[in-house]
Unconditional design. Structure first.
Length: 623
């Protein structure tokens, strides 16, 4: 059977590899890159363990998802004498285990020597890797894993589609990385790959950044949903037609090797997984070994949630756990792959239609649930993204999320086990208890736009709605201005120098009576109404609920410590009452019209997910 080069042994020079080298190689000795000759040197004597997130081979998943039968390691070495020994990890491994009989010795040499090591694999083994035990300095190059496969490789034409809006620094860097490491690589992927950059902000230099396999397309600001849809349509109409579209966010750091492995994985897939979605993980841009999510699901209460717990991928036990994790049966039909890195077969697009025109938020979740594919995740397939708490935006979380989840459920039956009315009620309740009246009204703006029916969202109003929500959301000001506002509001003892994360993120205990009182009065705004006394300092995030800290207060100082901003909220019982009246009126309308609305949205599904609709929506019919 033939062999196929599947994964390069990866060593990189970027902030993640420098800050978190154990993602690549674990050693107590340096691994150094000589830029002049593009060569890596293991500065032994010492042991260099490549049984890591990027360099362990996911054999259990490869045997399940692909036509792989056997595996081999290839590398070229020169320098001091060394021994290369295979390692393995099973479901209970906390450290890689050496397989002494699977090793090859390299004598000392000033010339490059090629070595191959056949890898032993057993069904219970999750990953395999290798350790180089060096007696001195050893240089390494052209190291990769090969897969022996059965049958034929699948023909793959891969389109990487990324949508950008005024994120020039990120997108230009990624274009350059992909040009150097994929388009100009000389590897098989180079002849079967195109990158499409949909520029919703129209700020990129088209002529400068476009090339034979990279195309920048100026586009109207139709959000991520519209930008990615344009990528899908363009991919389906290119020649040769794309087989798979890899959707990727603009404001991410990516290793080109992840894209190469995705392409190689597509070529090897067996019939059972030929139409699977490949989902890349989101690692924390600031804490490079921290995985936030590789698959998500919708909770029964209507919230987005990661399928797996948070993992630290410099720990071997988490590298293994990341591969063996099994989803619960309760999330069946609720799972999705986020579009920061998601590879979708074109056949699935043709079968299930295009995304909904919802601008941003929930577009990827709805599409993943609608298609209900098999999902593939794998160590080494990832991007680095700023975590959600660093970019919290009520216009997204209170307006876009509220509106779009309701629209998606009514239109395509999205997340049938989720109660998005509960989420609406809970978010309004949270905002009102925390005097976040602006943000509570955003929830109602979203609900009322949903109640307008599919005719409203079918028109090109998405950008206008989002801009309006951004104008109506609570305004945060820099810390200097916040201090002045606190003084004007009469918070005489407010002192920024006395505020730290411990205070912001802290809470106070409540007894049973206090809990009941807070529930009945919504923090003193109904039944037993009071003006409140003093103030508390709380986090900006909408999901936080420091109930003990906020109870009985007259004012709340909301802090976004990461971005050094804040706002002052003051209890306003009249505004609270007006919001409650508006909410009750909206709910009365909902109850009397929901059957009609559901029918209208369901009837609009075929149109809103059709290519004809999107060509008109995107202005592509006009050239």
């Amino acid at each position: 059977m033939p062999m196929f080069r599947f994964a390069n042994v990866l060593l990189e020079t970027n902030p993640r590899s420098v800050g978190y080298p154990a993602l690549y190689c674990v050693s107590d000795r340096p691994v150094v890159h000589d830029e002049d000759i593009d060569e890596w040197t293991l500065r032994g004597p010492g042991a260099f363990d490549f049984s890591t997130y990027f360099n362990a081979l996911s054999v259990q998943k490869l045997l399940k998802y692909t036509n792989a039968k056997r595996f081999r390691l290839h590398m070229e070495l020169r320098g001091a004498a060394c021994t290369v020994t295979q390692t393995k990890g099973d479901a209970f491994s906390s450290h890689p285990e050496l397989i002494d009989e699977q090793s090859v010795s390299a004598p000392e040499s000033s010339q490059w020597q090629s070595f191959e090591l056949d890898l032993q694999v057993q069904p219970s083994w999750v990953v395999v890797g290798f350790v180089i035990s060096a007696e001195g300095f050893v240089s390494i190059r052209n190291a990769y894993y090969e897969v022996e496969y059965e049958g034929d490789l699948r023909p793959v034409e891969l389109v990487l589609s990324t949508t950008t809006f005024k994120k020039e620094r990120f997108i230009e860097r990624n274009i350059d990385l992909i040009k150097q490491n994929i388009v100009d690589s000389g590897e098989d992927i180079a002849s079967h790959f195109n990158m499409l950059v949909v520029d919703n902000g129209r700020t990129l230099d088209v002529d400068k950044l476009s090339s034979e396999h990279i195309t920048v397309v100026p586009n109207n600001n139709v959000g991520g949903a519209g930008g990615f849809t344009r990528g899908m349509i363009t991919a389906m109409h290119q020649r040769p037609e794309a087989t798979n579209v890899l959707l990727m966010d603009d404001d991410v750091a990516v290793s080109p090797e992840s894209i190469k492995r995705t392409y190689n994985l597509l070529r090897l897939l067996n019939d059972s997984y030929s139409e699977a979605f490949i989902s890349g993980a989101m690692l924390n841009f600031e804490i490079g070994d921290e995985q936030w999510e590789d698959l998500g699901f919708m909770t029964p209460k209507g919230a987005f949630a990661p399928l797996k717990p948070g993992l630290r991928l410099t720990k071997f036990e988490d590298v293994v756990f990341n591969e063996v994790f099994r989803s619960r049966s309760s999330v069946k039909g609720q799972m999705y792959a986020a579009w920061w890195y998601c590879c979708i077969p074109v056949s699935a697009i043709k079968k299930n239609g295009l995304p909904l025109p919802v601008f941003v938020r929930c577009d990827d979740a709805e599409y993943g649930v609608r298609c209900n594919p098999k999902f593939i995740t794998m160590n080494g397939l990832c991007i680095w993204h700023m975590p959600f708490h660093m970019r919290y935006n009520p216009a997204v979380e209170r307006y876009q999320t509220t509106r779009n989840t309701l629209i998606a459920q009514a239109t395509t039956g999205f997340a049938k086990k989720s109660d998005f009315l509960y989420e609406l009620h809970n978010n309004i309740r949270l905002e009102l208890k925390k005097f976040g009246y602006d943000n509570a009204e955003l929830c109602l703006d979203a609900f009322e736009d949903f109640l307008k029916g599919p005719g409203f969202i079918s028109k090109p109003v998405a950008e206008e709605c989002f801009m309006k929500a951004n104008k109506r959301k609570e305004k945060l000001v820099p810390f200097d201005a916040l201090a002045k506002q606190a003084e004007q509001a009469g918070l005489q003892d407010f002192n920024l120098s006395q505020i730290d994360r411990q205070l912001v993120d802290g809470d106070k205990p409540r007894n049973h009576f206090e809990r009941l009182e807070d529930y009945l009065t919504n923090n003193g705004q109904r039944f037993f109404v009071g003006a409140g006394k003093g103030y508390a300092v709380i986090p900006v995030y909408g999901w936080s609920y420091p109930a003990g800290a906020i109870r009985g207060k007259h004012s709340l100082v909301v802090i976004d410590w990461w971005n050094r901003q804040g706002a002052i909220r003051t209890k306003d019982v009249k505004r609270y009452q007006n919001i409650i009246k508006r909410y009750r009126k909206d709910m009365a309308y909902y109850r009397s019209h929901i059957k009609q609305l559901n029918n209208e949205y369901a009837d609009a599904r075929k149109t809103m997910t059709s290519e004809a609709f999107w060509l008109d929506y995107l202005g592509m019919n006009n050239g």
